[in-house]
Ligand binder design. Structure first.
Ligand SMILES: [Zn+2]
Length: 382
């Protein structure tokens, strides 16, 4: 046995206490440095080596803790940040771990700072001196915004574990695939003029009408051409989300903007989507040769992800933990981490509580989660 750190609840409490909100709104965005420092100290007390990386041009950090040498082993991964919270809707202090109704309440209890309390508890109770393959623990920054922590990590590391587990709240279901997400804005620029003579100008709403027709054809094409039976909606979806144009009833509309999103299934890449959009809009662009149609990506896109169920790692973990694999509709860091090693998503708590006021972890997840983490470490590192 190595040094036993504080109790599970004490550690859990200390992790929830430190705000690590990531937000596009700069006024709400927090550095995660204090959290990463605390986590680093915990793992350092358990004889792990610590490497912390600052994400360029930010006050955000990733932590990689490792113990053991050689190749293979396991990487247990989680994001260190949380979303913002609505003060009016929370009935409890988001930064105080509150134990009541057989639940632990607090921001990040399930999504997902709590996962590190589980890892620390399991590791401090096993004989770590006997491991023959490395254990890696990764805490990333900015998962809730641009996933820059995971993007940065895969570029900066040379580790090659046998498998990666992301402890997002899957209700302890084994997730081996999810859809991706990409969103675009299309602006059509016309020429304004008095509406009494339509020939004075170029009406951007009329051009947008053709753009929407082309996009709806693409939507149909995606539904017909791509299929993945593991998803409840087994094809890529498109949502036309908002449209704005025009400002006066007697003026020819000079600008019209449409925002839309596509959620690809595994097998449809972000590059393919871009090519398909260009193809579908080509005839409109050709007709209006004077550059009237401008497309730009909104936000940061996440590719679809799959760790095939034929993959040995998926089979091994499903059998070891006696779990059936399934898919989810939310995005994670898996498509990035998967470039290093086969990656699966498996963690305590329900996604239903993530990003919600009074986020909580049901206590019945505690023992099964510790058992699963223990089994995984034994399987891949002993
Ligand atoms: Zn999460």
């Amino acid at each position: 046995m190595i040094k036993k750190i504080s109790s599970f609840v004490e550690v859990y409490k200390s992790l929830i206490k430190i705000p690590t909100i990531s937000s596009e709104n700069k006024a709400l965005d927090h550095s995660n440095k204090n959290f990463i420092d605390l986590l680093s100290n915990y793992f350092s007390d358990l004889n792990f080596s610590i490497k912390n990386y600052q994400i360029s041009y930010t006050n955000k950090f990733n932590m990689l803790a490792s113990i053991g040498s050689g190749t293979g082993g396991i990487l247990l991964s989680g994001h260190s940040d949380t979303v913002d919270f609505d003060e009016k809707k929370w009935t409890k202090d988001p930064f105080t771990l509150t134990e009541t109704n057989d639940r632990f309440y607090g921001l990040g209890t399930v999504d997902m700072k709590g996962f590190f309390a589980f890892i620390l508890d399991v590791i401090s109770s096993i004989n770590i001196k006997k491991i023959i393959k490395p254990i890696y623990i990764l805490a990333t920054a900015n998962e809730e915004t641009d996933m820059s922590g995971a993007r940065h990590f895969i570029k900066s590391t040379d580790i090659k574990p046998d498998c990666i587990i992301i402890g997002e709240p899957t209700s302890l279901k084994l997730i081996n695939a999810h859809k991706g997400h990409v969103s675009y804005s299309i602006e059509v620029i016309g020429n304004t003029g008095h509406s009494s003579n339509p020939d004075y100008g170029v009406n951007s709403i009329e051009i947008m009408y053709h753009v929407i027709q082309a996009l709806l054809l693409l939507k149909k094409h995606l539904k017909q051409k791509y299929r993945h039976q593991d998803f409840s909606i087994p094809y890529p979806t498109m949502n036309l989300a908002s449209i704005h144009g025009g400002n006066a009833i007697n003026r020819i509309c000079s600008s019209c903007v449409l925002n839309f999103e596509i959620r690809p299934i595994p097998g449809l890449t972000l590059t393919q989507i871009e090519i398909l959009i260009e193809e579908k809009l080509a005839f409109i662009k050709k007709k209006w040769s004077d550059n009237r149609i401008f497309i730009k990506k909104l936000f940061f896109s996440v590719p679809a992800y799959e760790c095939s169920h034929q993959d040995n790692i998926t089979k091994t973990i499903a059998k070891l933990c006696q779990l059936n694999r399934t898919t989810v509709n939310y995005c994670t860091e898996a498509p990035f981490l998967k470039t290093i090693a086969p990656t699966l998503i498996l963690g305590p708590g329900s996604i239903e509580q993530a990003h919600q006021p009074d986020e909580y972890l049901e206590k019945f997840f505690i023992q099964p989660t510790k058992n699963i983490i223990g089994k995984l470490i034994h399987k891949f590192c002993y």
